[in-house]
Structures are given as structure tokens and as C-alpha cells.
Design a protein. Sequence first.
Length: 256
Amino acid sequence: MTVLLMSSGGGGASSYLRFLPIMLATYLATGATYFIGNRNYKREQVEAKEQYRQTLNQVELKLSDLQETSQKALLAIDPSPVECLDRARRSDARLGERRPADLDFLAARIGLGDVAPTYFLNDSDLKKPPPGFDEEHAKAGQLVSRFDHVPQAPIATNLSAVGSLGFVGAREAVADLGRAFLCQIATHHWPSEVQIAAVANREEAKNWQWISGLPHAARLFGGQAVAQTDTSLVTWMRALETELQQRLQLMEVQSG
């Protein structure tokens, strides 16, 4: 380090030498203050990060409980076909609980998957993390990704909303899904409000005869709930559509 001492007065360089101890003490005090302040900042940051980690752990436990509770509630609303059969066998009080005025009237589940949660996650604080909190910010983001949905929850469709529904795929898979769907419809609705019928070729008709044993069986086809045909199903579908249109017109007349 080079120190230049200049003087334009009569005091000479010695006048500056008198101030050197004071200047040195000031610099040392400033450096000590910075060091102490920096050490305090680091300690406070460590404490803050530890508190934040504990908070994240608590939030994780709470969200896990909420997610599990939501999943159980959704599965209770739209149970599996096996559970529907069990309800029917034991004459459960929830049989026929869906009425025409309910939002889930004519709704049934068609599978399991990720659905929107019944709780709300506010992740606005994650947009810009404070300096030094990158690891904690990453974990918070992981929590949002993990709990912003309910896994393995029922995915349902509503015939009242879509009007008609078709299943496409391998014959056995389609038949299984169709049986499961009708099983749920029969479980959740009263026979006086929902009736079920089927049209199939002679080869397949035997697989749907169980519908005739339901209290929901609609005697549309010569007193039968299951119609067998060797002709195109289009003809039967048109006849069924005509029948439904006539019923709709009758309901409109009766309602005034």
C-alpha cells in the first residue's frame, strides 16, 4: 500500500500523522461492526431457514391429511361397482339417494385418476424466493406439485350433461365398463326415476339378461328389458329415440 502525504500549510506531514491513529480506529470500528453484523445476519438466516423448514413440515402433514380426507370423501360419493353391489345386498340406506334435482343425478364414475382438490393452495409466495432460501423454495414447490390434486379419485361423467355416452375398445373391456356403469346407475337412483333397457345381437344379448332382474328394468320391447336382434342396431336405436321423444313430449304436456 502506498500512502501519499501532502501539505500546503505550515503544519507539514506531521499534522496528518496525528490523525492516523484516529483514522485507523475508525476503520477498525467499521470493520468490526460489519463483521459482527454479518455474523448476526448469518445466524438469523440459519434460524429463519430452520423455522421455515419446520413450517414446511407442518404444512406437508396438514396437506397430506387434507388430501387423504378429500380422497375418502370422493370415493364415498362415487364408490366402486363392488361397493355398489355391497350396498344393494345389504339394502344400504344410501340406495337411490340421487334425485332429479341433485347435481349428480345420472352421474357415475368411469375410472380413477387425478382430480382437482376440494381445498385451495395459495402459491403466490413461491414466485420470488428470498436470497439464500433456494433449497426451501424448491421443497415448497414440490409440496404444491404433490398436493395440487387428489390422486386415485373417481372420474365421473353425467348423462344429464352429456346426453349420451359411448364406450369404445376391446369387447370384454367395453362390456365390463358398461356393466359397471349400469350397476352404479341402478344403485344411486330409484326405479321410479331411472329405468334401464338394452338392445343387443343374439350372441351378446345373453350377457345382458341380468338387467331384466333389476327393479329398474324398462319393459320397452314387448314387455322385455333386453331386446335380441339379428338386424342392424340402428333400427332399434331409432325406435328407442322415437319412444323417448314421445315420453319427453308427454312430460312437457303434463308439466303444463
